[in-house]
Design a protein around this ligand. Structure first.
Ligand code: GLN
Length: 454
């Protein structure tokens, strides 16, 4: 049914870069056989899933939305993908994304944009617009995204889907093509909070192949979502972040947010306002730290090891091949960030830019520590506006970066966050998202409060 739906709508939506119909059908048949013999591998056995094209999939192309990886077929699976296969989920295909996960609209994909199923003239968010659109358009019941600065949560907000960024280290990064190693986390993209929790239970947990993976037992997120779904929030302390609301935020986004805060009060939660003064510098710090890490990561695309190789005429040196390949293989946004990142890391400027940004990162963590000393969870709107029109911000990088205002602090501090659908904005009838943030390791709280809001 999902393959038929993809065939019917994906010419318009363009959520997928690659569909593996044969593989998905074979896996579904194997799952049916297990079910018939009573050997099912758990609740999600046989439930199809779409995977963002930044995770390595054995035998399936993995492009990261870039021409430089065109034609690359990984010889191995990311740990997240291994766990999906072990739990019996057929993989429908790979989803579109901004090139190397840089962007907030999926317009930076080298393979053309994904469109928002709510309005095909609008963006589905980014960088994981493909995963969010696939779920919103009923092309897949579940998807995997990755969130470095909001790329799971912001697409969730503007497509009316659920997106979770786990605690840093909660989900293995093995086989995830790194954008910024200290910020990246893979997580669930779904239509309900309970679906996200069940998927998190499958993909999460310690992995010895990722040195930053946390070696501990995690509570059942499915249980946490079930508890939250009862709607009783008594005893839960909720903080509304002063810096992530008010002026500059779309009126319809704030309207829905205020209503949901009132719902939490009605459900018995204690709601207070909490100031996180360093959050106003989060965007500036992120857009130094991320390009710095990305410029280092992208150095491996040298025309020798993976994907594309452009050989200029004559008898070119290795360096000339590398230059021609990168010139043709990387898009404008990727080049912009490589230049920014190498500049921020260069010896004369390191202290002034990268060093300062790291200090702000520490201050943001301290703001979270102080806030979570007073409240159990923090809430804010996920994104400042509803989905904007394709092309509207494409030539204005600053306007594009501003979409990440509310999502970035969680990545800088490593804390978990969820975006849950929060109704439609009054002025344009488009989906709005509400974000719930919790202390590191307390991912169960985002499921509990998220499910209560559903
Ligand atoms: N929009 C942010 C950026 O462009 C977030 C990216 C992400 O989370 N992968 O960097």
């Amino acid at each position: 049914a999902h393959l038929a739906r993809i065939a019917a709508v994906d010419t318009d939506v363009h959520a997928f870069l690659h569909v593996d119909a044969d593989g998905a059908l074979a896996d579904a048949a194997a799952s049916d056989a297990r079910r018939a013999s009573g050997e099912t591998r758990g609740v999600l056995d046989g439930v199809p899933i779409a995977v963002k094209d930044v995770l390595a999939t054995r035998g399936l192309p993995t492009t990261c939305g870039s021409k430089i990886l065109e034609g690359w077929v990984p010889p191995y699976d990311a740990t997240v993908v291994t766990r999906l296969r072990e739990a019996g989920l057929p993989i429908l295909g790979k989803t579109n994304m901004d090139e190397f996960a840089m962007g907030s609209s999926t317009e930076h994909s080298a393979y053309g944009p994904t469109r928002n199923p709510w309005d095909l003239d609008r963006i589905p968010g980014g960088s994981g617009g493909g995963s969010a659109a696939a779920v919103a358009a009923f092309e897949a019941p579940l998807a995997i995204g990755t969130d470095t600065g909001g790329s799971i949560r912001q697409p969730g907000a503007v497509t009316g889907t659920v997106g979770v960024k786990p605690t840093y280290g909660g989900v293995s990064r093995y086989g995830l093509v790194a954008l910024a190693n200290s910020l990246d986390q893979a997580g669930p993209v779904t239509r309900t909070v309970l679906d996200a929790a069940m998927l998190h239970d499958v993909i999460g947990g310690h992995d010895p192949r990722d040195s930053t993976s946390i070696a501990q037992e995690w509570p059942s997120f499915t249980e946490a979502a079930r508890t939250g779904a009862t709607g009783d929030m008594s005893g839960v302390k909720v903080g509304v972040i002063t810096e992530l609301a008010g002026e500059g935020w779309q009126a319809g986004v704030m309207g829905r947010f205020d209503e949901s805060v009132q719902l939490l009060v009605d459900a018995g939660a204690e709601v207070v306002e909490v100031s996180c003064p360093s959050f106003v510098h989060a965007l500036a710090a992120y857009y130094l730290i991320l390009p710095a890490e990305a410029s280092s990561n992208l150095a491996k695309f040298d025309a020798m090891r993976y994907g594309l190789r452009v050989t200029p005429d004559g008898d070119p040196s290795a360096e000339e091949v590398m230059r021609a390949t990168r010139d043709a293989g990387f898009g404008d946004e990727v080049k912009r960030r490589i230049i920014l990142g190498t500049y921020a890391l260069s010896s004369g400027y390191y202290d002034a830019y990268y060093g300062q940004a790291q200090k702000i990162r520490t201050l943001i963590s301290r703001d979270f520590d102080a806030a979570f000393g007073r409240v159990d969870v923090l809430v804010s709107p996920t994104a400042p506006t509803t989905a904007f029109r394709l092309g509207e911000k494409l030539d204005d990088p600053m306007a594009m970066y501003l979409n990440d205002l509310a999502t970035i602090p969680a990545n800088l501090a490593g804390v978990p966050g969820i975006s849950v659908p929060n109704g439609l904005a009054e002025e344009d009838g488009l989906p709005v998202g509400l974000q719930v943030l919790a202390p590191a390791l307390a991912d169960d709280r985002v499921y509990r409060v998220g499910a209560a809001l559903e």
